[in-house]
Design a protein. Structure first.
Length: 496
């Protein structure tokens, strides 16, 4: 498959894992384009390492995700940041949640789940923000043969009332959300030098709404995975929270998921109105086929967007919207409609209601570029502009917005090799984009894995925006034999 050429890897590490950065030829194009020259802006970024792996054989991180609650928009130093990461330690797959209540200065780590086997893959995190509390949903998928399902657990975090001020209209809806009177999850002890973050000595309580993860997909088929080209095996699901007043149930937000079911079949979704029970999986209006890399996004008006790749020839990226809290979905639009392999769409909506989408695409390049388009919405009907390339040699872009500025971190792949975190942004609603550059000190970022059982696994770079800041998280390959894959977080103010 064409898609496989943008993920290139080759260095052997302990425990049978393969990860790396070698060149690999690209097939199907005669044109050869020079790699983009990226100009670093080191003064703009602050970076921290949350977790360090590789201190012993069979110890590495495999996935990360992030969401942010800006709390007081006028205070840049009180953002609540939530980062999930899966760490492999011997035969255990451990899902950690890192939480900062002061914009990344201090952190606390929670051990959400210890999985004995090939589980806790592709973790996701989503936050719903309210005046009195946050609802945080954490999920993962199980890769154990015969039990391939998607799991989610919801938590409630009471906020410090002294630090709170009135925020968005979504947080002032009655009734106010309050956390239940239940025991909070105890933080996982900080371990040096594995946990180099500055510890938060007075973290906010993390209260689980259920005793265990809830099986959302709960089917006999393969849920949340795909296999393409015989060796490509990666997560294929996403998670979002809708906190708009129209979508609350007894003050509780709508948590929703989207995943690929049974490899070659359908894209499904499920809803939770209380963080404890979930609706029966329902089919999204995408065509049946080889579906992969879905994305779930909720805008500030409560409109929900589901994106997906239908990776049949030609592979295209698609989008649909729901303006009634997921009760029904509008017509599916083809965003790419080109001869290349178009893949992994990511959505963000600015305050003016304009819908923005990025993805990676092999059209017109010997490698892979990041493409962009925008859509207008009437109800649940989307009308989209012609797509165009906005960053060369970029794979798996992610997209975040503070309501005005668009931020696009991505996997920089000059010459077809894995490099660092590429970055571009737009201050004019996607009309123009800053010339791309690479985050300083970010290589090798989010490399591709060849897991011990022989399948290729793709790490993603993720981003979230709050106030005037963008936060970017990724798993970064370190220097062997000291360390291999570390969880890195960087942030900056504005587009720059």
């Amino acid at each position: 498959m064409r898609s496989l050429w943008k993920w290139v890897v080759v260095l052997v590490v302990a425990g049978g894992l393969v990860v790396g950065t070698a060149n690999e030829p690209v097939r199907g194009h005669e044109e050869v384009l020079e790699p983009a020259v990226l100009e670093a802006q080191p003064e703009a970024w602050t970076a921290v390492t949350l977790g360090v792996s590789g201190r012993r054989a069979g110890d590495f991180f495999i996935d990360v995700d992030i969401d942010v609650d800006p709390r007081d928009p006028n205070n840049p130093d009180d953002d609540n940041i939530y980062v999930v990461a899966t760490r492999v330690e011997g035969s255990d797959f451990i899902l950690f949640l890192y939480v900062s209540k002061d914009s990344g200065k201090t952190w606390v780590k929670y051990r959400i789940k210890t999985c004995s086997g090939i589980e806790c893959f592709q973790p996701r995190v989503a936050v719903g923000s309210f005046t009195e509390a946050n609802i945080v949903a954490v999920g993962w998928q199980d890769l154990t043969p015969g039990n391939l399902d998607v799991f989610v657990q919801a938590f409630c975090i009471p906020k410090s009332q002294a630090a709170e001020v009135p925020q968005l209209v979504v947080e002032s809806a009655l009734p106010q959300l309050r956390c239940p009177d239940k025991p909070a999850l105890q933080p996982d002890p900080k371990q040096e030098p594995r946990d180099p973050y500055v510890e938060d000595t007075s973290p906010l309580p993390l209260i689980p709404l259920t005793d265990e993860m809830v099986n959302v997909s709960n089917s006999d088929a393969i849920s949340g995975n795909h296999e393409i080209g015989g060796r490509e095996w990666a997560g294929s699901w996403d998670l979002s929270i809708n906190s708009h007043p129209n979508c609350l149930t007894n003050g509780f937000p709508l948590i929703w998921t989207i995943w690929a079911e049974d490899i070659n079949a359908d894209m499904l979704y499920s809803l939770s109105k209380d963080g404890q029970t979930w609706s029966a999986p329902a089919k999204l209006p995408f065509a049946s086929g080889q579906t992969r890399f879905p994305s779930a996004y909720t805008d500030r008006n409560g409109v929900m967007y589901a994106g997906s790749t239908l990776s049949v020839s030609p592979a295209e990226v698609y989008l649909t919207a729901s303006d009634n809290c997921g009760a029904s979905w509008g017509p599916v639009v083809n965003l790419s409609s080109n001869p290349g392999f178009s893949d992994a769409p990511q959505v963000a909506v600015t305050d003016d209601g304009k819908v923005h989408i990025v993805w990676d695409d092999t059209t017109g390049t010997a490698n892979v570029d990041d493409f962009y388009t925008s859509c207008t919405r009437q109800g649940n009907v989307l009308s989209c502009a012609l797509a165009r390339s906005i960053a060369k040699d970029g794979a798996f872009p992610t997209l975040a917005t503070d309501g005005k500025v668009l931020y696009m971190p991505y996997r920089n792949t000059p010459g077809g090799r894995t490099a660092g975190v590429g970055f571009s942004c737009s201050t004019d609603g996607g009309a123009t984009w800053l010339p791309a550059y690479e985050l300083p000190g970010s290589a090798v970022a989010s490399p591709t894995f060849v897991m011990p059982w022989g399948y290729v696994h793709f790490l993603m770079i993720k981003a979230a925006a709050a106030g005037d800041r963008v936060y970017v998280v990724w798993a970064q390959a370190g220097d062997a034999p000291t360390r291999f894959l570390n969880v890195r977080l960087a942030w900056r103010k504005g587009c720059g």
